[in-house]
Design a protein around this ligand. Structure first.
Ligand code: ZN
Ligand code: ZN
Length: 254
């Protein structure tokens, strides 16, 4: 698998960090993990084959994670590049996903689900297992962030493990869920003294890393307080494993 970070930031407008969005290429197609408000244009900026995107994962309904999905569907409805597309697009996410897409679509008769190709919305439960792409199995875990928020673990045909926490507070359950991941993409919103419990600060993230022991750790969802801080060296004081600071445009092999 190959991961491209489209957005390593949050909902706070930032000159170098777009809202959360991650492009994951697998042997069975591409799945976009979360759809920040800037994601559609970020895909084009990175030269990615957005008209042929196979699947989308929405972790929860905060607008920095779903805001761009609406504009992407509006884009594919009218863009020349997608008028001849016939391949189905599947959008996976928590219970309530269909309602939020349809409510926005209906608010001004956008008909976002009436495309030249089939759009299938698949709502999944916490602790469920499903196939997100052919041969790529997915497992979910509910996280202490929003009532619907879910972490995602993917396993490909070569048994490579990829785990994406998305936004979450600290939970012991994340440790077995992320155990031995080849790549753990974990939020690390704050440096210390986090103002809310529904996100991680560095010490929380590194406690999970110490116990889950991923082969590679990528810290993302970075609020502007991380600007001008050496995140990697601070992380290394708490765990000696390979830690990478997410940046927009970063590409990683899994
Ligand atoms: Zn967020
Ligand atoms: Zn959130």
């Amino acid at each position: 698998m190959k991961l491209t970070i489209l957005g390593s930031g949050t909902s706070v407008p930032h000159p170098k960090r777009a809202a959360p969005a991650h492009w994951l290429e697998t042997s069975a197609g591409v799945v976009q993990l979360d759809f920040g408000a800037d994601a559609a244009h970020r895909m084009a900026q990175e030269g990615l084959d957005w008209p042929n995107l196979d699947a989308i994962w929405i972790s929860h309904f905060h607008l920095d994670h779903i805001g761009g999905l609406i504009t992407f569907l509006f884009g594919t409805k009218w863009a020349p590049q997608t008028q001849n597309r016939s391949k189905r697009l599947r959008i996976f996410g928590p219970q309530g996903l269909r309602n939020i897409i349809e409510a926005i679509s209906d608010s001004s008769n956008y008909h976002l689900l009436a495309q030249s190709f089939e759009v299938e919305i698949v709502e999944v439960q916490p602790a469920s297992e499903f196939e997100i792409l052919p041969g790529i199995s997915a497992t979910t875990l509910d996280t202490p962030h929003r009532p619907e928020s879910l972490a995602l673990r993917l396993k490909d045909e070569d048994s490579k493990l990829f785990v994406y926490t998305s936004d979450t507070g600290f939970s012991e359950n994340l440790i077995p869920f992320a155990k031995s991941a080849d790549l753990l993409l974990m939020e690390c919103s704050f440096r210390r003294n986090k103002p809310v419990q529904k996100h991680l600060e560095l010490a929380d993230a590194m406690q999970i890393a110490r116990e889950a022991k991923p082969k590679k750790l990528v810290l993302t969802h970075l609020y502007p307080e991380w600007d001008n801080v050496d995140l990697v060296s601070e992380a290394h004081q708490l765990w000696s494993g390979e830690t990478i600071e997410a940046t927009d445009g970063l590409r990683l092999e899994i």
